[in-house]
Design a protein around this ligand. Structure first.
Ligand code: SF4
Ligand code: SF4
Length: 409
């Protein structure tokens, strides 16, 4: 079978109406048809039909796509835009193997099991000030790792979870947590908060240690085989557990996990997989007030994976509104891409920096004391942008905020 046939079929669904153009961040920034969803689909069709060659210029237009999937939300023909791009990248990688630059390879290493020593080394370099010195002397530029290091937050103590955390009080269900490949090292507080909140709401929480990266980094880089291996390993890791659902902590991972069937020939988890935000928003909540009032001005960044892929942005607001006193006027909510976009910030640092600047400027306009983001990549991108402006506003996951506001904490 011609392996380009499925891409053709998906791309042919585009009727070239152009309704997606105004939504596309790269079209709005760069202003050419080739930087729009419709243009990129036409570039893929031209390549598959043999009318266009895969020049560096041709490739750059595909690479500039953030895969934010804002275009999918408005497309009347329901063109599966991201699937076209992922399949095209996988086909391209088969035809001409691609090699990522050093910082791309390092990022991939950081997402693999056994990367703990890299974080330990980074912690040591941060503590001794050597990392700061290296950045001041621009050694990071010399080594070509400046964009990765700029994204690195201040690393706190890592957290190695146990396999099981029992529900508080009478159990109402049993879930397993998909923690994401970076959370133990970079987002330990949120991971602990999720366990505590789920236990407090009556759920037993399992955390199988064999779980891996969800595979999103590999898939979007065109490495379909590695993404498939990671998916199979994750499905196997959760299979033996007697649970009602798999709960994913990070919107980016949730988006990938819920789409496993699309590209795994139907292979999937044996129980439903859901992001933690809609899972909690749809629960029957206890009658008694659970949270203390919040007396802080907040701003909210809505990740593309939550808004455009999972489409659970309303549930995020429902959940946050359980905190008495929280005030989120429209102008304090940012729903455009922040430019992190998986490993995009490494591959397209200039464009990514522009989107980060727009996001940080918009989110700080209302002078918040706290910024909320439910995707780790977005949170790190916003923190990097804020650091660049010497702004110390914390960026935290909504689950951490909810847990901090628990009235019995
Ligand atoms: S909105 Fe959909 S059908 Fe219309 S141009 Fe964009 S991708 Fe094609
Ligand atoms: S995924 Fe985002 S950046 Fe890519 S074409 Fe669609 S709207 Fe534009």
């Amino acid at each position: 079978m011609d392996i380009s046939a499925p891409i053709y079929e998906l791309a042919d669904r585009c009727v070239k109406c152009g309704l997606c153009l105004a939504e596309c961040p790269t079209y709005n920034l760069l202003g050419t048809e080739s930087e729009s969803p419709r243009g990129r689909i036409a570039l893929v069709q031209g390549w598959l039909s043999g009318q266009l060659e895969t020049t560096a210029n041709w490739q750059s237009h595909l690479d500039h796509c953030l895969l934010c999937r804002r275009c999918e939300r408005v497309c009347p023909s329901r063109v599966p835009y991201a699937e076209i791009m992922d399949r095209s990248k996988a086909l391209l990688a088969k035809q001409q193997p691609q090699h990522s630059a050093l910082q791309g390879q390092l990022l991939q290493q950081l997402t693999r099991p056994g990367a703990g020593w890299l974080f330990t080394a980074a912690r040591l370099l941060q503590k001794t000030g050597l990392l700061w010195l290296a950045q001041k002397l621009r050694l990071d530029n010399l080594l070509g790792v400046q964009d990765l290091l700029a994204m690195l937050p201040e690393l706190k103590a890592p957290f190695s979870p146990k396999r099981f955390y029992p529900a508080q009080g009478k159990p109402r269900g049993s879930v397993a947590l998909f923690q994401g490949c970076l959370s133990q090292q970079v987002n330990a507080e949120t991971l602990q908060a999720a366990i505590r909140l789920l236990n407090r709401l009556g759920f037993d929480v399992h955390i199988p240690p064999q779980q891996n990266c969800c595979g999103a980094f590999a898939l979007h880089a065109g490495n379909e085989q590695e993404a498939a291996q990671l998916a199979s390993a994750n499905i196997a890791a959760f299979k033996p557990l007697d649970i009602d659902a798999i709960i994913s902590l990070d919107n980016g991972c949730s988006a990938q996990l819920t789409e496993y069937t699309k590209w795994r020939d139907g292979e999937n988890f044996s129980v439903p997989v859901t992001d933690i935000l809609p899972f909690l928003a749809r629960l029957d909540w206890p009658q008694e007030p659970l949270f203390r009032p919040l007396n802080k001005a907040v701003a909210l960044q809505v990740p593309c994976s939550l808004r455009n892929v999972l489409r659970h942005d309303a549930e995020l607001l429902t959940l946050l509104q359980k905190i008495p006193g929280i005030h989120l006027p429209q102008e304090a909510i940012y729903t455009r891409c922040c430019g992190a976009a998986g490993s995009y910030f490494l591959e397209n640092p200039v464009i990514s920096g522009q989107f980060r600047e727009n996001a940080v400027n918009s989110l700080t306009q209302s002078h918040p004391e706290l910024i909320i983001s439910s995707n780790l990549g977005c949170a790190l991108q916003l923190q990097a942008g804020l650091r660049g402006k010497n702004n110390k506003i914390p960026v935290i996951h909504p689950i951490l905020l909810l847990e901090q506001q628990l009235s019995d904490s």
